[in-house]
Design a binder for this molecule. Structure first.
Ligand code: 8YV
Length: 314
């Protein structure tokens, strides 16, 4: 019998990627079916590859309903929502979309850092409220020359560091092990990094390996003059501890593109002018989302035609 060739799509994807899927493959859009179990029972055995986002992944119950699944293609660099060990144990290959989003995520991290320290969004609200005619906007905090600590020095962490070098900042980092060939100071723990830095920028991967890494202790070490920027995953930060630290002004401010339970943002943050709140947009530009879609499609097509992925996860 002919090998199974159906593609399972688990969530909405950019129009150009969806068009690319529809043009070449029989695609089942699981997220559009109210009765997932029935769809999986009927079509599961024919599915050769799954396409999903970093946010949704492939849940274990879905993976288990796909006996001939050979590849999981993620639209996004993160893939912690998929149990990769479980997939590997079954011989399922997994890909993501690295590199193509590095510039935009690093650009946004720097923009968010400047926003929270110079209070750009708060100043914008001040003008819109008509407060400029009544009172001067309070002074902010200088960015250039500060000490920035980067948590996670992968592709994105390095790109953030390279951009910040132009601001004459001092750069240190913490990661599981020292990175080779970088001029930045390695600090052996997240707490020590926060202790020495004016700003802590979180650029690690998500998942169990980094869960709660930015703990209450780390936030205490950052201190009342310290800022937090997170473009990684909400799970890396102890969110209740962060909310308390911000509300009680035990840290100076935070710029957050990611949250523990998106799209839900902790209510106490909404009224704080010391916080910049972004709806997970670090990779959300026309150019980058197009490039991510193209790379996801290349992975899928390469797998289905040649049996190998272009950018398998490490
Ligand atoms: C996207 C992301 O928002 O790449 C990632 O890991 O978090 C983002 O680029 C996400 O993949 C879109 O679903």
């Amino acid at each position: 019998s002919a090998p199974p060739r159906t593609v399972l799509q688990l969530c909405p994807l950019p129009p150009s990627l969806e068009a690319g899927l529809a043009a070449r493959h029989r695609t089942i859009r699981l997220h559009e079916h109210p009765d997932r179990a029935a769809v999986l029972a009927e079509h599961g055995p024919a599915v050769a590859a799954a396409v999903t986002s970093a946010r949704v992944g492939v849940p274990n119950d879905v993976m288990d309903a796909l006996p001939h699944l050979g590849a999981i293609v993620h639209f996004g660099v993160g893939y912690e929502t998929t149990d990769v060990a479980r997939a590997r144990a079954r011989g399922i290959d997994v890909s993501n979309t690295p590199d193509v989003l590095t510039d935009c995520v690093a650009d946004l991290a720097v923009g968010a850092l400047i926003d929270v320290m110079r209070r750009l969004s708060a100043a914008d609200r001040h003008v819109r409220r008509g407060d400029w005619t009544r009172a001067a906007f309070p002074l902010a905090t200088k960015v250039s020359g500060k000490h920035v600590g980067i948590l996670g020095l992968g592709r994105i962490g390095r790109a953030i560091a390279a951009r910040l070098a132009g601001f004459g900042v001092r750069l240190s980092y913490h990661s599981r092990r020292p990175a080779g060939g970088v001029p930045y100071r390695y600090v052996p723990s997240a707490e020590a990094l926060a202790e020495s830095a004016d700003v802590l920028v979180v650029a690690t991967s998500g998942g169990d390996g980094t869960r709660g890494l930015v703990s209450e202790k780390v936030l205490a070490a950052l201190g009342p003059q310290g800022y937090l920027v997170n473009v990684a995953r909400g799970s890396v930060v102890d969110e209740p501890a962060l909310v308390s630290a911000l509300v009680e002004r035990r840290i100076a401010g935070a710029a957050l593109d990611v949250f523990a339970d998106e799209p839900h943002v902790p209510e106490p943050l909404l009224g704080l002018d010391s916080v910049v709140l972004l709806p997970h947009i670090a990779s959300a530009t026309h150019e980058t989302r197009e490039a991510m879609g193209e790379l996801a499609l290349r992975n899928l097509n390469a797998y289905l035609t040649e049996g190998r992925l272009v950018t398998p996860v490490p």
